[in-house]
Design a protein around this ligand. Sequence first.
Ligand SMILES: NC(=O)c1ccc[n+]([C@@H]2O[C@H](COP(=O)([O-])OP(=O)(O)OC[C@H]3O[C@@H](n4cnc5c(N)ncnc54)[C@H](O)[C@@H]3O)[C@@H](O)[C@H]2O)c1
Length: 400
Amino acid sequence: MIIKPKIRGFICTTTHPLGCEANVLEQINYTKTKGQLANGPKRVLVVGASSGYGLSSRIAAAFGSGAATIGVFFEKPGTEGKPGTAGWYNSAAFDKFAKAEGLYAKSLNCDAFSHEAKAKVVELIKQDLGQIDLVVYSLASPVRKMPDTGELVRSALKPIGKPYTSTAVDTNKDTIIEATVEPATEQEIQDTVTVMGGQDWELWLHALEKAGVLADGCKTVAYSYIGTELTWPIYWHGALGKAKMDLDRAAHALDSELAVKGGSANVAVLKSVVTQASSAIPVMPLYIAMVFKKMREQGLHEGCMEQIYRLFSERLYRADGQKPATDDENRLRLDDWELRADIQQHCRDLWPQITTENLSELTDYREYKAEFLRLFGFGIEGIDYEQDVNPLVEFDVIEL
Ligand SMILES: NC(=O)c1ccc[n+]([C@@H]2O[C@H](COP(=O)([O-])OP(=O)(O)OC[C@H]3O[C@@H](n4cnc5c(N)ncnc54)[C@H](O)[C@@H]3O)[C@@H](O)[C@H]2O)c1
């Protein structure tokens, strides 16, 4: 079939298999040009491995360190008449390129919050790898099915205490609007912590530890965002921020547990990037369009792959073997460039000046939209979108 983008709200309901494959290849090529990590991991589990930061983590481990990888994700395959999700095609492409280089790659398409997913991964590690050296936790989900009761709990992208009104961009109409988001209820805050907090990360590590499949010195990292006062009301001081604070709590607890065997657990605070998860957060698209323009001008631009390669090479696996610098909460900070005073001051000054008319001139909004479409495999040079393409792409994946 001929596949064209179809945008609905903040998602694109179609995807292009060849475009997604090209995205993955571009990240692999970037990693290869950066060279092999001196002290990189060899056996890696990535939870949330099919898009955004998790996919880049899997690529950094495999192509930057020759690691065997197990990837867990929750995606929909395509059928002959309907495209699958981008994460499905990304994972198929990763599998193909990894195996072409003789790298071990196993993928599980399942609910990572379930007990079954954890048990299956333990079984795979025992059978194929013995133990693992790194666990990356990169889930972004609006909902969690509780593993014991089956209850569905949903997260909320809302402020706490009072409504939040801000200038934002309506990405359907490309216009500047005033958006108001009502505050989360106590229950919604608790639920957001249940979905996006540290509990499931701890359940993963405990299941792996109990099964004896964590190698001595095993590291684990989970991803977070903090930002500045520009986004605090909706993010760090909002319901999601409470969940990310709970991730900090879990990191401290896991770090003490892993330290016994010479390992470590850290939260890595990453920069804002265009992913399916960030496009759903009110105000983020406008903030990203602003901050990207300034960071590009300053030669500081990074996408998912650049951020993650820097996390691996300059924080987690430093060539000099030294412990990386952390902030006072023991977090690894990769948002250092985004939070630079001049970058943030620029955004603060610009924010009140933005109108529908000057949006494209004063920010990288056009580039934001293009990058959003690229997430789904569209707008990629070298791909002929008038050509027939088969949405049915199969690869070796374990379905639970
Ligand atoms: N995007 C940003 O700007 C940004 C910035 C800093 C930190 N982060 C953090 O990085 C992490 C990853 O976010 P992202 O933006 O890369 O997200 P993303 O939407 O690109 O990827 C989410 C991943 O989680 C998987 N997933 C979701 N629900 C699942 C389930 N129930 N079972 C198995 N897999 C499931 C998806 O398949 C996918 O692989 C999040 O913790 C996020 O808060 C994101």
